[in-house]
Design a protein around this ligand. Structure first.
Ligand SMILES: [Cu+2]
Length: 323
């Protein structure tokens, strides 16, 4: 603590000089305590990150990710929260300790300290260290999540339009690739994106009209789908769980934005190959899904009733209303 602009009575200065050696010892032990605290917090993060996260319901972060990238983002969040809590508890402890230890005991002015170099150094360096560690791990995880390779196992072009999706299975990455199979969503049938476990998957996004956003909550990731020449790309190094997962548009794109759902169906690599072969053989997505033993229609969401016939935004009883 630094007192500003205060005058120090000579008697207090004499007292303080006799306490200098004791003060230095205290400062050294305080520095040791801070080092121990930081080391302990780091160790805690390393040893217990996942278990602690499950115990506290992910500290607000969604659980149940189905890709290595989602697990890495989850672990980063849990580690950051534990580190923040460790720093918080340490600071709260210091505050309460100061309040009690240096409470007012009489009218005499307490020892005034300023330009305490070890303390100034500590509370300049400590936040820089904390931010540097958080930045380092964030950069590592972010780089991994954004990593795109030249030769993914599966490439899918995701086309967003008002208000549905088309999924084009491509023979290679890039805008010049050939579509080998396709699924188009309609008002009556939810589009299902079929993908395999254990293979790297590249998603290439494009929109036919406005900005949409491709979001599967279990990937813990969403990326905007832009119209025009911008082709947003991201990659999932693998999917580690079979199942059906709802997908949504996460960018307010118009009247029926909330109805722009799709389903991600993760199947085994063998089933995926048979699905693509069935599609290439001319089958519909529903028939191709049935042929590999999968439910033909979406199980996590359903087509929404747009009620376009009743929502005419006017007085329905007025003369001439309706179609
Ligand atoms: Cu949309």
């Amino acid at each position: 603590m630094v007192a500003r602009g205060s005058e120090v009575p000579p008697s207090v200065v004499r007292q303080s000089s006799s306490r200098d050696s004791r003060g230095r010892g205290q400062r050294r032990s305080l520095g040791r305590l801070a080092g121990l605290g930081a080391g302990g917090a780091a160790l805690l993060v390393l040893l217990t990150g996942c278990d602690v996260g499950q115990t506290f319901d992910g500290f607000g972060w969604p659980q149940g990710g189905i890709s290595p990238e989602s697990h890495r983002m989850y672990d980063l969040w849990i580690g950051s929260v534990i580190a923040a809590l460790a720093v918080g508890v340490f600071v709260w402890g210091l505050i309460f300790w100061c309040v009690i230890r240096y409470r007012k005991r009489g009218e005499a002015l307490p020892v005034q300290t300023r330009f305490n170099m070890p303390m100034e150094f500590l509370y300049t360096i400590a936040p820089i260290l904390v931010v540097s560690v958080l930045f380092y791990y964030t950069a590592i995880v972010q780089t991994g999540v954004n990593k795109v390779t030249d030769n993914p196992d599966v490439t899918v072009e995701v086309v967003g339009f008002k208000w549905n999706w088309q999924f084009n299975y491509r023979d290679r990455p890039g805008v010049d690739a050939t579509t080998i199979a396709s699924t188009l969503g309609t008002t009556e049938v939810i589009p299902i994106l079929v993908l395999p476990t254990g293979r790297s998957i590249r998603i290439e996004e494009t929109s036919r009209d406005v900005i949409h956003s491709f979001w599967v909550p279990e990937l813990l990731f969403k990326r905007d789908v832009f119209p025009g020449n911008v082709r947003n790309v991201f990659q999932v190094s693998s999917l580690d769980q079979e199942g059906a997962f709802v997908g949504r548009c996460a960018e307010l794109c118009g009247t029926y934005h909330s109805m722009m759902n799709f389903e991600l169906r993760v199947v085994s690599p063998d089933e995926y190959d048979r699905f693509i072969a069935a599609k290439q053989g001319g089958q519909s997505t529903q028939d191709a899904l049935a042929s590999i033993g999968e439910a033909p229609l979406a199980t996590t969401t359903r087509p929404f009733d747009t009620r376009r016939d009743v929502n005419n935004f006017g007085n329905a009883s007025a003369a001439g209303a309706g179609s």
